[in-house]
Design a protein around this ligand. Structure first.
Ligand SMILES: NC(=O)c1ccc[n+]([C@@H]2O[C@H](COP(=O)([O-])OP(=O)(O)OC[C@H]3O[C@@H](n4cnc5c(N)ncnc54)[C@H](O)[C@@H]3O)[C@@H](O)[C@H]2O)c1
Length: 355
């Protein structure tokens, strides 16, 4: 992909054939006392050699490597990272560069935002999900046991560097996981974009690369309008109320548990069906969403055990308040209705009907 920059009010997003070279150019104008790099073991294997090769600054950086996986978004790991930064005498003018998927940008952003009351951080996202969603918009967090993103801050990165060629080594299920969020961007915000991507059949760099810029812009535009998720940004929660419940349940009960995006895809199926049941969405649009999702995602069976635990799973949702369980629904492809409250009975009845 040729070089291009997407400007946000507070930081640039560089899309570049060489994130390492672009990073060096960017950092030449900065005055950091030291540079730290955070990545997981897979990134160390697949992306780090090229980055280090292309960047003089990264060659000299202190490298922090953690295991891969959602379990790393954890207080224990954050503590180890704060301690390592302290050991290496990172100061207020140090920089943390997060290289990896959404786990690394969420965790690294959180560690940077809290270390010495906040040091600068940069994201180099390497998964599809992180490129089009997690690295953008300044939501940083760790999980608290199985409560997703329970502790965190809104702090934006200082820059984002995207090298799409890194996607060549992304495992197939991780493509799917990111694809779910990309479809979500289209469903909640941009019917034209939906029409552009809805007929894609194979998930690979060649098919998706022409559409990445628009997917990134959608996230950027929404965050620009509503950084603190008080209104429009809630649209991005489409599929996430039931999606998070399904994800938590699957994490606890399945050996081969669902990835975040796979659970969100299931959440979107149900949120569309609930949108119809609420009288908001036409059956025609619902069917179109259903058909596109079903082309890619295996249905996840919501068992009687899941339904019996649904209330406690939904109670963990951060959007829940005294009024009830809070959903984002769609009124048409490209248009959302936020703050849609549902009772547990309504949700269960709809799930049973859907089954
Ligand atoms: N902050 C936000 O706005 C936001 C938005 C959406 C999701 N998230 C969070 O993002 C996380 C999920 O992100 P994810 O799906 O990127 O997961 P992840 O960070 O676990 O990455 C997925 C897997 O792919 C590997 N990987 C990443 N890039 C690779 C590459 N180029 N080649 C080979 N392997 C590669 C990783 O090592 C990991 O094993 C969740 O914790 C979710 O809550 C945050």
């Amino acid at each position: 992909m040729s070089s291009t920059t997407i400007e946000t009010p507070n930081y640039p997003i560089f899309i570049t054939p060489s994130a390492g070279e672009e990073l060096d150019r960017y950092l030449q104008q900065k005055n950091y006392t030291s540079v730290f790099v955070l990545m997981d073991e897979n990134i160390m294997e697949h992306c780090w050699p090229a980055l280090q090769n292309d960047s003089e600054i990264l060659k000299e950086a202190e490298v922090l490597v953690i295991d891969a996986g959602e379990e790393q978004k954890d207080l224990e790991v954050a503590l180890q990272l704060w301690e390592t930064l302290t050991e290496y005498e990172a100061d207020r003018k140090s920089l943390l560069v997060n290289i990896g998927g959404g786990v690394i940008s969420d965790l690294g952003g959180f560690v940077a935002a809290t270390y010495k009351r906040g040091i600068d951080y940069i994201n180099i996202p390497t998964s599809l999900l992180a490129i089009i969603d997690a690295s953008i918009g300044g939501k940083t967090a760790i999980n608290l046991k199985n409560l997703k993103n329970q502790v965190g801050l809104f702090v934006e990165p200082n820059a984002i560097f995207i090298q799409t060629s890194f996607l060549q080594t992304l495992p197939p299920r991780q493509w799917l996981s990111g694809w779910a969020e990309m479809l979500k961007h289209a469903i909640v915000y941009d019917k034209g974009f939906w029409n552009e991507i809805k007929n894609i059949k194979d998930l690979n760099l060649e098919n998706l690369e022409p559409h990445l810029r628009r997917a990134i812009e959608i996230k950027k535009e929404i965050v620009e309008i509503d950084f603190k998720e008080e209104n429009l940004r809630k649209a991005l929660n489409f599929g996430h109320t039931l999606g998070h419940a399904i994800e938590s349940y699957s994490l606890e009960n399945d050996r081969d548990f669902l990835l975040h995006g796979e659970a969100v895809a299931m959440g979107m199926l149900y949120a569309s069906a609930l949108s119809v049941k609420k009288g908001l969405l036409s059956q025609e649009d619902n069917l179109e969403i259903y058909e596109v999702l079903m082309r890619f995602f295996k249905p996840y069976k919501l068992s009687d055990d899941f339904i019996s635990r649904l209330e406690s799973l939904l109670n963990q949702d951060k959007k829940k308040d005294a009024t009830g369980f809070n959903f984002t629904f769609v009124s048409a492809i490209g248009q959302t209705e936020i703050d849609q409250y549902c009772t547990l009975e309504f949700i269960i009845e709809s799930i049973r009907l859907f089954k």
